[in-house]
Design a protein around this ligand. Structure first.
Ligand code: UD1
Length: 422
């Protein structure tokens, strides 16, 4: 297993290209199941999670070819010959559950293992099941697998999600495109990845309105056809790299960055003393003075502050002037980075879903270990501003969500390298 070694250093300068969104790609890929014709995704990120989804789709009988060094995913599901999403693949990644809705819609039945994924809370699937049952599916849990069937086909229905779950909205939306009649999803998630999925499904012939708002209306069609779709920019990679100059000073341009993807995050950065400006090629970020200011943050569904940027922001607050309060409202148990940051000299108190961070002047390098994707990258950012050397082990979490992170940060002047563990 590899580790990443980071040495604290001064101002950064240069440009970082932002990849296509992991989370968008992970829901766009299963959309191939909905059609017999090919679906091609451009601007796909080169990540291990994308490889896991490739393996899963191939296990179902889909053809998936990675082209242009993984940036293009060419897929075809003309010959699906297996309807069981096996535990050994699904446990590696929660997003595997996104094959459930499409399989049910296309084949009328599906067996999908309950997922694993990041260890950041219980993450049940009750909302997915609620929505698919509203569409007429019968679902039972046996031996750790969800057994779903819709013998008479799926039928459009009106429903209201108890929480605006991203994955449940995606699964229900995909299933509804081939259901008979009209489906209305109330309290739907509004994340940009949902809009990207709806754009792709429309290119495949689906009739969808209201994506990006909390009420999505789908008019079912008999079949979907092939399409080519460009994956939206990764707003979490964007937000993560926007923080690099906040830690180290200097000025970095994020190529392909869009303000509408990170509005609430950029507002918090502004309060902390970081300028974010739009350029022709993306977003430019610069720290206004030597030390950032403490800012309180509460995570919320989009367009609120994203939970996937909470760990990285907490790392920044560790060296801010003053005390900040961070509230995690999306996942329980998503402060596992706090004890590791404390090992680097941070002052953090965690009580349930609230973390109070007392900023210190300087963090100190240490050997640290992360237990999930965003926690890992928060430790790298912290190491970039710490005195001495930080070694982040278990970087396979990082490779799930950041392509070539050492190259991208190294290109703007960060002292970062990947080393093979002995
Ligand atoms: C997606 C993202 C993840 C992000 C999260 C919230 C992907 C592949 N992953 O995850 O990076 O952190 O959105 O923005 O897109 N819940 C239920 N019942 C359900 C489903 C969810 O109670 O049936 C709860 C979860 O336990 C969690 C909350 O709802 O507390 C949010 O989950 P959800 O929006 O579904 O996140 P994911 O789609 O899993």
């Amino acid at each position: 297993m590899d580790s990443i070694v980071v040495r604290g250093n001064g101002p950064l300068k240069g440009q970082i290209p932002i990849a296509g969104a992991k989370n968008a790609c992970l829901t766009l890929m299963p959309a191939t199941i909905l059609s017999e014709e090919p679906l091609t995704l451009t601007n796909a990120p080169r990540l291990s999670d994308i490889k896991t989804m490739t393996t899963l789709l191939q296990s179902l009988g889909a053809e998936v070819t990675s082209l242009q060094d993984g940036k293009v995913q060419a897929m075809s599901s003309h010959n699906l010959d297996n309807h069981v999403a096996d535990y050994d693949i699904v446990r590696k990644m929660r997003a595997s559950n996104l094959v459930l809705g499409p399989m049910l819609a296309r084949l009328g039945h599906a067996v999908v293992s309950l997922p694993g994924g990041c260890a950041i809370g219980a993450r049940p699937m009750d909302l997915h099941i609620y929505g698919l049952e509203k569409l007429g599916a019968e679902i039972e849990l046996k031996d750790g697998y969800l057994h779903a069937k819709a013998p008479g086909g799926l039928k459009g229905a009106e429903m209201e999600l108890a929480f605006a779950s991203v994955g449940a909205t995606e699964n229900i939306l995909m299933a509804a495109t081939l259901a008979k009649g009209t489906t209305v999803i109330r309290n739907a998630a509004r994340e940009p990845e949902i809009v990207d999925l709806a754009d792709c499904l429309r290119a495949m012939g689906a009739q969808i309105e209201g994506d990006g708002t909390s009420e999505i209306v789908v008019q079912g069609v008999d079949r979907l056809h092939g399409a080519t779709h460009q994956v939206v920019t990764d707003r979490i990679e964007l937000g993560t790299f926007m923080l690099a100059p906040a830690f180290c000073g200097g000025e970095v341009e994020l190529l392909g960055g869009r303000m509408d993807l990170v509005q609430s995050f950029a507002e918090k950065l502004d309060l902390a003393g970081i300028d974010v400006t739009e350029t022709k090629a993306g977003l430019k970020v610069a720290r206004r003075s030597d030390r950032v200011k403490a800012v309180d943050v509460t995570t919320e569904p989009f367009p609120g502050f994203p939970t996937d940027l909470q760990a990285q922001f907490m790392a920044l607050m560790c060296i801010a002037e003053g005390t900040s309060v961070l509230e995690e409202k999306i996942f329980e148990n998503r402060f596992m980075h706090a004890p590791e940051l404390i090992r680097m000299g941070a002052s953090i108190e965690v009580h349930g879903g609230t973390a109070t961070v007392h900023g210190v002047e300087q963090l100190k390098g240490a050997r640290v270990m992360a237990t999930d994707l965003r926690a890992s990258v928060s430790l790298i950012l912290a190491g970039m501003a710490a005195e001495g050397e930080t070694v982040v082990s278990r970087v396979y979490h990082l490779d799930r969500g950041y392509e070539r992170i050492e190259d991208k940060l190294g290109a703007v002047g960060a002292h970062i390298e990947r080393v093979k563990d002995q």
